[in-house]
Design a protein around this ligand. Structure first.
Ligand code: ADP
Length: 228
């Protein structure tokens, strides 16, 4: 299954992506995480992308696209993938169309996580991420770790992302509305049924259930129930 998860910062894309990907046994590919790995390793690419990320701006397309091309070429994407944070503008959507066309494959669904701007700022201010595994995301109030500052899953150190300050979050939101929201129209124009908008509000498990239902994989197995 080939899925896209689109939504503003703070919608919970990463949180849901990890769970959906595990449920579907497909790799979770987050361009943000790929960039942060480069920053941690101090690579040249990491230094370049760091300037854009810290400012809350998109990393230039050439860089992003090259990184994604490389990632999608790995064999683990054969059964499918869940893309989190790509495409983030129309040029990237066109690029993904090209990659899929070249391999004769297509997207199965685009999930659009919807959340009011006012909610985003509070969520991001309280977000804490594990240094050892960035899929381990907590919130000081809504999803606190058992011990403050320590990842409940693996014991790693929790930290606040540099681009999670209020001013930067507002810039990221503006970028989302201007550049990323039109990506949904790109897919709606192509195929009306491809995009499902889900509310990102409510407990993590509830949002996950909405996502699974949207792709026809609800947790309740109804396959054995006869329809007649
Ligand atoms: P969030 O969804 O909370 O904004 P991400 O980790 O997905 O967090 O992205 C953080 C930052 O990484 C973005 O603000 C941007 O600078 C950069 N980034 C991630 N994905 C892309 C992309 N596809 N194109 C350009 N920049 C990206």
């Amino acid at each position: 299954m080939r899925l896209l998860l689109i939504g503003p910062p703070g919608a919970g894309k990463g949180t849901q992506a990890v769970r959906l990907a595990a449920h579907l046994s497909i790799p979770h590919i987050s361009t943000g995480d790929l960039f942060r790995e480069h920053m941690d390793r101090g690579t040249e690419l990491g230094q370049l992308v760091g300037t854009h990320m810290r400012a809350g701006l998109l990393v230039p397309d050439e860089v992003t696209i090259e990184l994604l091309d490389e990632r999608l070429a790995r064999p683990d994407t054969e059964p499918g993938f869940l893309l989190d944070g790509f495409p983030r503008n129309r040029a990237q959507a066109n690029e993904l169309d090209g990659i899929l066309a070249a391999s004769g494959s297509r997207l199965d669904a685009v999930l659009d996580l919807e959340i009011p701007d006012a909610e985003v700022v509070g969520r991001i201010a309280g977000r804490r991420v594990c240094r050892q595994d960035r899929g381990h995301v907590f919130h000081v109030e809504h999803n606190p770790p058992r011990v403050a500052g320590t990842c409940t899953i693996c014991g790693g150190e929790l930290y606040q992302r540099e681009d999670d300050s209020e001013a930067t979050v507002r810039r990221r939101l503006a970028v989302h509305h201007r550049e990323t929201a039109p990506v949904l129209d790109h897919y709606r124009d192509r195929d009306r049924g491809l995009v499902t908008t889900l509310s990102a509000l409510g407990p993590v498990e509830e949002v996950l259930a909405r996502g699974l239902a949207a792709i026809g994989r609800s947790r309740v197995d109804v396959s054995g129930i006869a329809s007649h």
